[in-house]
Design a protein around this ligand. Sequence first.
Ligand code: AMP
Ligand code: ZN
Length: 507
Amino acid sequence: MTDTPLQLFNSLTRKLEPFEPVHPGEARVYTCGPTVYNYPHIGNMRAYVFADVLGRTLSWKGYKLTHIINITDVGHLTDDADAGEDKMEKMAAQKAQSIWDIARHYTEAYWADVKALNIREPAKWSVATDYIEDMLEFAKQIAPEHCYELESGLYFDVSTVDDYGKLARAVTEEGEGRIETVEGKRNAADFAIWRKTPPGETRQMEWDSPWGRGAPGWHLECSVMGGKLLGFPFDIHTGGIDHREIHHPNEIAQNQAYCCTDGLNVAENSGAKIWMHNNFLVERSGKMSKSSGEFLRLQLLVDKGYHPLAYRMMCLQAHYRSELEFSWEGLEAALTRLKRMMMAVESLKSRHAELVSASMPNSEPWVRAEGWTLKQVQGDDWGKLGAAVAKFDAALGDDLNTAIALTALEDALATKKVEPATKLALVGAMDSVLGLNLFNLTRADLRIRPRDAQITEAEIEAQLAERKEARDAKDFARSDALRDELAAKGVEVMDGDPLGWEWKLGS
Ligand code: AMP
Ligand code: ZN
């Protein structure tokens, strides 16, 4: 079995390209993080599940990963192109709270979703306002050759860099006209590097600069933190597909300007070699826009009784470059698939426990699950499981095809006549990439269990035990009465459930 090369789709070239690290053996990745003026919606979280799978795949392939995700707590306007208000200032005014409190609250909410979705922590969460000094230094360096000042701030002249907008491939189209909202801009696509506080106003977040008191433009922070923490050029930059149109072309223009004035003289240097974008999660009724105020949060899924990892499964079932439509039926189907996997692991664990005495050291092969790489998998004797490993590795190597990788995991689970310990170790290795937490999930976790349920699991189990006794004694009247009693409390007894799941709580 050979190690499949990792091919990734580069938005810059719109082609699959082999991953060739800038620093041998390493992978340095920057992901545009959330703007913390509101809760993240599940669409936003799709972007981080994708970045997580990318990072885990790079680890599986044996690269030493350095992953940075930023927290945008300043600069992002209600319109991506320098129009409207700062999202953070606006929410702080609405809630009559300090921006810092708003930022802290929503950053923590975002981290809670990250944890619930089993997204690995990056090497660093870089917070934009911690890098204001660096942003000023960066801006000072590019200003003489690439920027001009207007009353409202310092602007980047996009005609000063080669090939502006090659990432978006849309600059010359008339659509670009829609972003000419600031009077006096030289080119429609020019954007703010520094936004001056208008005379007579004070902002909660403002700093002194050579261009007056104000705040950085949104695009500046990612160039600065990416370059400072990972070094230009780094390997991969990720974000949602909306960023391919404005935010990332502007970041690239800044990086080009900075790298040239820094003496690197790499005109086409974009800051990162590969730019990757996840497509959107969409919802037919349009409840996916954070700025519209009404949107689907992970917490809503949990309140309705779904385990968050069912949503992770839903994301993994689609390719990251395809649009994914959210539906409750789709979520339930993803949950069912997760249940099947969890049950297969559960039965492997109990078969393994029967075979091995509990006192034996290393009797739990899945504890080795963290930190797997393909090479370790190849190093073991996988016998019948080799085909599944090869399929899994090839799927990930093919631009992170998690949909196929999931079927490879199912192939492994279905392979007959393999020692449970061997299978468990392989499942652990595969799950180190998929991140479904298969060894720790329990049946109780995966039961649909709405938050407002009035009955505890123990009460349900007690009534079900009583019902079983009644049925065994052929007392069907009693058994039906107990069933109705449970139904009145929202518990649906699932006698014929193919997964043997016994009961669920309805909403
Ligand atoms: P924001 O907090 O608005 O800056 O967005 C955080 C991340 O979510 C960015 O990478 C966006 O591109 C991404 N994003 C926004 N909406 C969606 C969506 N509906 N589906 C997938 N990704 C999204
Ligand atoms: Zn960014």
